[in-house]
Design a binder for this molecule. Structure first.
Ligand code: F6P
Length: 319
């Protein structure tokens, strides 16, 4: 019987549990033994590994977070850590590994692939910053969480006639800000991919004010810089009262949306198919509404294209 391992690594994302459940159940269905590795590469390096059963993934399909726990492993960046990881896999005779995580996690996976481990990555990060897939697990849920939060902020922004600067996650990627900003009609969206001009934004606020608009929401991707600083500069330029909300880690929690739960299950299932087909160095990808196998290398070297058309549209709609 072939034995495989599965771990979740890096920032957690809603849907990771649904992907894990699919890996475990489809793996067992096809006669594989599936081992769950706790706390990402940290748990791999330190041998925190247990066999999973059909029951060990019961009741988790819609639960946020990851029951395997996750970590960002400094040790996995070192030769020594990678060697220890390999030794643990050899000890348990695990010859294939499913890595659910973001690009840092995939980088770790590639070092194991280079040492002969059969590797399949499942893109799991709220940031949606992985090239080669239209969606990563957790992005849709996080975006919905932002939209929900902004609609609440809009209520108080409107009552008090204030400008709110709302900072969202995404690391160096503006996807959450863009999609959420368009969805909730933000007056301005600031993303790291596109330069911005605070004078222009301030003029826009003033124009809106002249038309009787009494409040505004400015969504700022964290990769742009400090929301506090931007708020301060806008207040100085426009004279409008500003407030800052940093949504932070609440964007990473919660039940996965239906879309996230579905793509997570499909990606988990596809990962098992890739393993059974004896392919390695692959990742599951969501392309044109289908979950497919794609080279892990596709996640590297190229920056995920930013949807400038949608960004321009958001600007046009928020004149
Ligand atoms: O990659 C997911 C993410 O939530 C980013 O959006 C954010 O920059 C980072 O992780 C935060 O990491 P941590 O939870 O380690 O503070």
């Amino acid at each position: 019987i072939k034995r495989i391992g599965v771990l979740t690594s890096g920032g957690d994302a809603p849907g990771m549990n649904a992907a894990l459940r699919a890996v475990v159940r489809k793996g067992i269905y096809h006669g594989l033994e599936v081992y769950g590795i706790s706390r990402g590469y940290e748990g791999l390096i330190h041998g925190e590994i247990q066999e999973m059963t059909i029951g060990s993934v019961a009741d988790i399909v819609l639960r946020g977070g990851t029951i395997l726990k996750t970590a960002r492993s400094e040790e996995m960046r070192t030769e020594e850590g990678q060697q220890k990881a390999i030794e643990q896999l050899h000890k348990l005779q695990i010859d294939a590994l499913v890595v659910i995580g973001g690009d840092g996690s995939f980088r770790g996976a590639q070092t194991l692939a280079a040492r002969g481990v059969q590797i399949v990555g499942i893109p799991g990060t709220i940031d949606n910053d992985i090239a080669g897939t239209d969606l990563t697990i957790g992005f849709d849920t996080a975006t919905n969480t932002v939209v929900d939060a902004v609609s609440k902020i809009r209520d108080t922004a409107s009552s008090h006639e204030r400008t709110f600067i709302v900072e969202v996650m995404g690391r160096n990627c503006g996807n959450i800000a863009l999609q959420a900003g368009l969805a909730c009609g933000a007056e301005s969206i600031l993303v790291p991919e596109i330069p911005y001009d605070l004078d222009e934004i301030s003029d826009k606020l003033k124009r809106g004010h002249q038309r009787g608009k009494n409040h505004s929401i400015i969504l700022v991707a964290e990769g742009v810089g400090s929301a506090y600083k931007i708020g301060e500069e806008l207040r100085a330029r426009s004279g409008f009262e500003t407030r800052i909300t940093i949504l932070g880690h609440l964007q990473r929690g919660g039940n996965p949306s239906a879309l996230d739960a579905v793509i997570s299950a499909a990606m988990g299932g596809k990962a098992i198919e890739i393993i059974l087909a004896k392919e390695s160095n692959k990742m599951t990808a969501y392309v044109n509404q289908l979950v497919v196998s794609s080279p892990l290398d596709a996640a590297y070297g190229v920056r995920r294209p930013f949807n400038r058309e949608l960004y321009n549209l958001a600007n046009e709609l928020s004149i």
